[in-house]
Design a binder for this molecule. Structure first.
Ligand code: TMP
Length: 208
């Protein structure tokens, strides 16, 4: 039986990484057969592509190049890591997936959600998540969290204007309308404990 593909999405500083630690602990306690991974990255080739995309020196990168690089990293990660786990019946918990490209490159960069979805179809061949948890936060609050968290390095996308991050959020709102069954919005402005309680309930209802 195919496993369950869960993705986490949100603007920068929404708290995905901290939440994932809680979910991992919870899955371990419940003896869920799972893997945890992230995009862009998760495997060697995709981590190499990640460093090119996020390098602060690459200021001349064109929006379409950026979208294609994310899609290329996605393809390799899907084939090498996600699909084998799903085929062996595991739950896959992935930090970001195609919705990030739709919100960031499609909407915020202005390339078009449909256009970016279509180049991603080549990469994902209809493999969409079963459940997506979208952590919603005001960009001002998200960026303040990143600046406060010393362990997180500032990357090329963090350096975008505040307006870009507002557009990313608007992009996610469009996606919530496009995929109401799949994407669940969670208010991430609250404490991590509160956010996790809500996410746990969603996981109990939809996955476990
Ligand atoms: P991270 O900080 O969650 O690891 O993500 C790295 C950055 O890459 C983040 O600013 C979001 C961005 N991103 C895109 O713009 N498009 C994508 O398809 C993905 C996966 C991430």
């Amino acid at each position: 039986m195919r496993g369950c593909f869960i993705t986490l999405e949100g603007g920068d500083g929404a708290g995905k990484s901290s939440l994932i630690k809680y979910i991992v602990e919870y899955f371990e306690k419940e003896s869920v057969n799972f893997i945890e991974t992230r995009e862009p990255g998760g495997i060697s080739i995709a981590e190499q592509i990640r460093s090119v995309i996020l390098d602060r020196k690459n200021t001349e990168m064109d929006g379409r190049t950026e979208a294609l690089l994310y899609a290329a990293a996605r393809r390799q990660h899907l084939v090498e890591r996600v699909l084998p786990a799903l085929e062996s019946g595991k739950v896959v918990l992935c930090d970001r997936f195609v919705d990030s490209s739709l919100a960031y490159q499609g909407y915020a960069r202005g390339l078009g959600i449909e256009e970016v979805f279509s180049i991603n179809q080549f990469a994902i061949e209809n493999c969409m998540p079963d459940l997506t948890i979208y952590l919603d936060i005001e960009p001002e609050a998200g960026l303040a969290r990143i600046n406060a968290a010393k362990e997180r390095e500032i990357n090329r996308l963090d350096l975008e204007e505040l307006n870009f991050h507002h557009n990313v959020r608007k992009g996610y709102f469009q996606l919530l309308k496009m995929f109401p069954e799949r994407i669940v919005k969670v208010d991430a402005s609250r404490s991590l404990e509160h956010v996790f309680e809500e996410v746990k309930t969603i996981l109990e209802q939809r996955v476990l």
